[in-house]
Design a protein around this ligand. Structure first.
Ligand SMILES: Cc1cc2nc3c(=O)[nH]c(=O)nc-3n(C[C@H](O)[C@H](O)[C@H](O)COP(=O)(O)OP(=O)(O)OC[C@H]3O[C@@H](n4cnc5c(N)ncnc54)[C@H](O)[C@@H]3O)c2cc1C
Length: 262
């Protein structure tokens, strides 16, 4: 079985800062991590590999040259190879252009049975890229996967909905997007870390993947960011004193009267 996992290197959002003048993300000095949902996507692929000897797991990302490190970490977790799509022509892509590039990269990889992606990236947060890749490759998709099994030439997926679950059976090849409830990602092993450090990561340009340059990059992207800002912090709250609910209510009324709110 051949599995492809789409991964994205994202800034560690706990430490994100916005430049107040330009409104853009300050990436300098912010550590980059494997997008959390993508770790779940990779873990599920590795579980299939563990259960089905001969399975190969390829991780693919579109990003800047430093995304190589993340791919090496994925190899250290157990992936067989990493592919980095990196080219100035791909820079500034929005989700539509990103999925055009990643789908072109996947076409170049060739044969595959399952594509795993994360549900959502913690920086872009759109949850659009996985489903768009499925559409562009013309294959079925199941998003928000919480359980995954293989059944012959199909996969059975339990999918989270807002108010419940549904179980779907779809034929391979297909795209599955993972959420954190799907599994617990494994740690890198010492042997894996050594393998990852030595492993050559393939770097493919826009020409290598044969993508039409009019559908990738900033100019081709239909989305425009007009403004980006951090909401102003809210003022400190007020704790209403009192031993009983009645006393607290009376104190609150008195306070609101004093402020001429009522
Ligand atoms: C005008 C414009 C310019 C932009 N320029 C840049 C830029 O220069 N650099 C930048 O980092 N972002 C840029 N972005 C943000 C970019 O659109 C998104 O980060 C990117 O398209 C992925 O969307 P997302 O983060 O919402 O991913 P989601 O759709 O939330 O991701 C879902 C899943 O898709 C897969 N996935 C997402 N992105 C990739 C990827 N790159 N490679 C492989 N798999 C992936 C992962 O499995 C991920 O979990 C730009 C956005 C706009 C609107």
């Amino acid at each position: 079985m051949k599995i492809i996992v789409c991964v994205k290197q994202v800034p560690n959002t706990n430490q994100i800062k916005i430049n107040p003048e330009t409104g853009t993300l300050i990436r300098e000095g912010v550590p980059a991590i494997l997008n959390p949902d993508d770790a779940n996507a990779l873990e599920e692929a590795l579980k299939v590999k563990d259960a089905n000897p001969g399975t190969t797991v390829t991780v693919i990302t579109m990003g800047p040259p430093q995304a190589k490190e993340m791919l090496q970490e994925c190899v250290a977790m157990g992936a067989d190879e990493g592919i980095l799509l990196s080219d100035r022509a791909l820079g500034g892509s929005d989700t539509w252009a990103t999925s055009n590039a990643v789908a072109a990269g996947i076409r170049k990889v060739g044969d595959f049975d399952i594509i795993f992606a994360g549900r959502q990236a913690i920086d872009g947060d759109t949850a659009q890229v996985g489903p768009q890749i499925a559409e562009k490759l013309g294959i079925p998709q199941v998003t928000y996967a919480t359980e995954f099994d293989i059944d012959g030439d199909s996969v059975v997926v339990k999918r989270a909905l807002e108010d419940g679950y549904e179980r779907l059976k779809v034929k391979m090849p297909c795209v599955i997007t993972a959420i954190k409830e799907l599994n617990t990602p494994r740690y890198m092993s010492i042997r894996g870390i050594l393998k990852g450090a030595k492993q050559e990561i393939k770097v493919w340009s826009a020409d290598d993947i044969g993508v039409d340059r009019s559908v990738v990059g900033l100019k081709a992207s239909p989305t425009n960011v007009f403004k980006s800002f951090t909401p102003k912090p809210k003022g400190a709250g007020l704790t209403v004193e009192g031993d009983t609910a009645k006393e607290k209510a009376a104190n609150l009324m008195a306070d609101m009267k004093a402020r001429h709110i009522i």
